[in-house]
Design a protein around this ligand. Structure first.
Ligand code: HEC
Length: 351
């Protein structure tokens, strides 16, 4: 690693907003280093411990090398307004961003490179546990991080949910037998289970659990997005990138899945289709197939061809209805997903 000391980085952070006016590839090359926003304590992704910098930090170092400069970390915990330092100009590179339409719509000022790996999920269970699949765990207790994608995924399946504040706490619950398994991000599962022969990490594949991940830069930085994208392309081709991911256990998917110039926007999924599939996982249990209304004594209103208008719909779904079974979906669905549900329901003919 070629990271310099933190003193200078901190100074640059303070001057960042101003520097952002004349950024871009040329400015980075002239300066001789690329500033990388990273979380100081988020292994296996990133860490300020030079002994184990994390795979995102190591990859950022390789990307900088490809640009002919050094990498310099700007440490910011990612659980607080993670993207703000990038927006404000405190750094030029932010690793680990999803290459998908929803992220792009929410953050139009960021260009995400072609994916360098696919973030997916895994179950962690005792090595001698029997059938370790979500379906095979029916009726058993599975530990998940509260409000995570994993929690949402199992919420509508026949397993008992054990909710924990962090992925690590969910992992510990499985490791010490409070739960039969933990359902986590694969890189985190592999990292926490390293060296534990009493545990088994079983990848779970399902398109709803897989996120192609790339490196983000500001669109307004001339030349940078294209330079980072081709750096990632070269590092994928040379195998260096894969070697780092394997070392951290963040097993990448076969190369075929990652081909193509992913900086070109991927076609957004049709919102009505997206709404239809969301509705069947998140809403139909109560509101009935295609929103015809609840089977349980008719107490659940039909929302098929909902005619209360978007604002009202959004408010009800986002915040729920107090003292009813209609829970708040804030933190579970994104605003775009609520919109997709609305598009879907209002596209259905009245019955
Ligand atoms: C656990 C059961 C349950 C689930 C799951 C559920 N709802 Fe509801 N929903 C209700 C109940 C009960 C009401 C009626 C609340 C009341 O009495 O005000 C309701 C009311 C609503 C209303 C207001 C209808 C009206 O005309 O007043 C909307 C809109 C709505 N739900 C949308 C959704 C959507 C979208 C989803 C999926 C993301 C969803 N609901 C999931 C139980 C549920």
């Amino acid at each position: 690693m070629r990271f310099a000391g933190l003193g200078l980085a901190a100074l640059l952070g303070a001057a960042g907003a101003e520097a952002a006016q004349h950024e871009g590839l040329a400015a980075v090359k002239e300066r001789g280093f690329l500033r990388v926003c990273a979380d100081p304590s988020n292994l296996p992704y990133s860490s300020n411990d030079p002994a184990t910098p994390g795979f995102e930090v190591e990859l950022a170092g390789l990307i900088a090398r490809e640009l002919g400069v050094d990498a310099r970390p700007e440490w910011n915990p990612t659980y607080v307004r993670a993207l703000k330092p990038l927006r404000d100009g405190a750094c030029e590179l932010f690793m680990g961003l999803p290459q998908d339409a929803r992220f792009r719509e929410g953050n139009p000022w960021i260009a995400v490179s072609r994916p360098y790996y696919v973030m997916t999920h895994a179950l962690v269970a005792k090595a001698d546990a029997g059938n370790v699949t979500i379906a095979g765990l029916a009726g058993k207790r599975v530990a998940v991080e509260l409000a995570s994608i994993a929690e949402f995924y199992i919420a509508y399946r026949e397993v008992e949910r054990g909710l924990y504040r962090t992925q690590e706490a969910a992992f510990r619950a499985a490791a010490d037998g409070q739960a039969v398994a933990a359902f986590l991000w694969l890189p985190v599962a592999a990292w926490l289970a390293r060296g534990r022969s009493d545990l088994r990490v079983v990848p779970v594949s399902d398109s709803g659990l897989e996120f192609p991940i790339g490196a983000g830069v500001r669109r307004r930085d001339p030349g940078l997005a294209a330079a980072v994208d081709s750096a990632v392309e070269r590092l994928l081709a040379s195998g260096e990138l894969r070697a780092i991911l394997l070392r951290y256990g963040a097993v990448p998917v076969p190369r075929g899945r990652l081909a193509g110039g992913a900086i070109v926007p991927v076609q957004a999924k049709d919102p009505i289709d997206a709404g239809r599939s969301l509705f069947s996982t998140a809403c139909s249990r109560c509101h009935g197939a295609e929103g015809v209304g609840g089977g349980t004594g008719g107490v659940i209103p039909p929302i098929r061809s909902y005619d209360g208008g978007w604002d009202k719909f959004y408010r009800i779904v986002w915040t729920g209805r107090r003292n009813t079974a209609m829970a708040a979906f804030k933190g579970i669905l994104s605003p775009e997903e609520v919109r997709a549900l609305y598009e879907y329901l209002t596209s259905l003919p009245k019955q």
